[in-house]
Design a protein around this ligand. Structure first.
Ligand code: SAH
Length: 389
């Protein structure tokens, strides 16, 4: 097994409990030149053994810690980790009507591995070289432990570029029944794990969709609606809902989902979210509730400034078109847009529009997307529920 030395800075960083080490903290990487995706022993100052990690010299995130022990990393090691992750989901893992994230990467001790289940279908992603190299092993274990009807690979996520991995997707085992449905908050949703965004649905928002129902009344706008996770959920409490997204297939699926549930008070509109908000403001159109759930504007640390501007703009405009007493539900799913940055952005939007905001709830991702306390990147999803006073 290859050995990779980390410098004092990397050592201190690892001691905080963070599971990644960056290339700049690995002084002898070029000399050792480990194969992308190999498992290496991690050595600290004085060549002290610190654990084992996936190593990808091509990626800025060069080491992803797997264990602080010397246990052999074989198929059994992975099987134990996968079974433990599934076990932690309890009854949700076995409820075939619902959709669930069974493996959430680092937070489940399986760095960059994602596994979602929709009914009898599993959808996985292996988003680093280390995880990708073990793909066949993982598939065998998934089959063995979960006995699915089909397994879909969704390795077309842009982060694969940063690992030097090609993008690919397809049905890799069994078959994909279509249509495929799952239930959330008493509603039925159809999902396409092969063509939909992410693995088909935004399961991290599942509980926020339902929570939104407690606050939204009257006329609501769901901006960046995708297939209607928020729109259809709040439609059961609101008078009417306008769902806006730039993706025509997403809105077609939303309409299909509305019909599936006999929901008749949701209208869809295809538009760019920024333009739509500006136009609403110009024509003085107002809402009792606005939901903002944009795509991640910050994909890497370099683009934070532009992204902050994006978040500021949509939140500011949303505040302008809310009626007094109106509800703002505003989300961010960017790893690099921290909770502190989001809070500051909302304060600025509130000041600039002179609208006082009451915080009703600060929410995160659903519990099947657990957060690791010492891994802030896993706390990527934020959902604020606010009232305009
Ligand atoms: N709210 C959804 C998830 C939204 S994901 C849910 O809870 O299920 C973000 C959505 O924003 C995607 O559907 C994507 O098509 C859409 N989108 C991306 N850029 C956009 C833009 N500039 N204007 C409008 N919609 C956009």
């Amino acid at each position: 097994m290859g050995q990779v030395l980390i410098n004092q800075k990397g050592f201190q960083w690892l001691r905080t409990g963070h599971p990644w080490v960056y290339r700049s903290d690995l002084p002898d990487l070029e000399r050792v030149s480990p194969e992308p995706g190999s498992v290496v022993a991690v050595l600290g100052p004085g060549e002290k053994f610190l654990g084992q990690a996936f190593c990808n010299p091509r990626s800025q995130i060069t080491l992803r810690m797997l264990t602080r022990s010397r246990d052999p990393i074989e198929k059994d090691f992975w099987k134990r980790r996968i079974e433990a992750a599934i076990e932690r989901r309890g009854a949700l893992a076995r409820d075939k009507e619902r959709a669930v994230r069974l493996i959430h990467g680092e937070s489940d001790g399986l760095p960059s591995v994602i596994l979602d289940r929709y009914g009898d279908v599993l959808v996985f992603q292996t988003l680093s070289a280390g995880a990708d190299r073990l793909k066949e092993t993982f598939i065998e274990i998934f089959e063995d432990v979960l006995k699915p009807a089909g397994i879909v690979e969704r390795n077309d996520a842009p982060v694969r570029d940063l690992e030097g991995l090609v993008k690919q997707k397809g049905v890799v085992r069994g078959n994909l029944p279509r249509p495929l449905f799952f239930k959330e908050g008493g509603l039925k949703f159809s999902v396409d794990p092969l063509e939909g965004q992410k693995t088909g649905a935004f399961l991290d928002q599942a509980e926020n969709h339902v929570a939104a129902r407690n606050y939204v009344r009257g006329r609501a706008l769901d901006l960046f609606s995708y297939q209607g996770g928020f729109a259809l959920s709040v439609a059961t409490a609101a008078q009417e809902v306008l769902a806006v997204d730039s993706s025509a297939p997403a809105l077609a699926a939303l309409q299909e989902n509305a019909a599936l549930n006999g929901i008749g008070n949701v209208t869809t509109w295809e538009a760019n979210g920024f333009d739509f908000l500006r136009e609403c403001d110009e024509r003085k159109e107002t809402f009792d509730a606005v939901i903002l759930d944009p795509p991640p504007f910050v994909r890497d640390k370099k683009n934070v400034t532009g992204a902050v501007r994006g978040y500021k703009e949509i939140n500011l405009r949303a505040l302008k078109i809310l009626k007094p007493g109106g509800i703002l539900i505003t989300c961010s799913c960017s790893q690099n847009f921290t909770p502190e940055m989001f809070e500051e952005t909302l304060k600025e939007a509130s000041r600039d529009t002179r609208r006082e905001l009451q915080v009703l709830e600060r929410r995160g991702a659903a519990p099947d997307h657990p957060v690791l306390l010492t891994f802030p990147e896993s706390n990527y999803l934020q959902c604020w529920i606010l009232r305009v006073l």
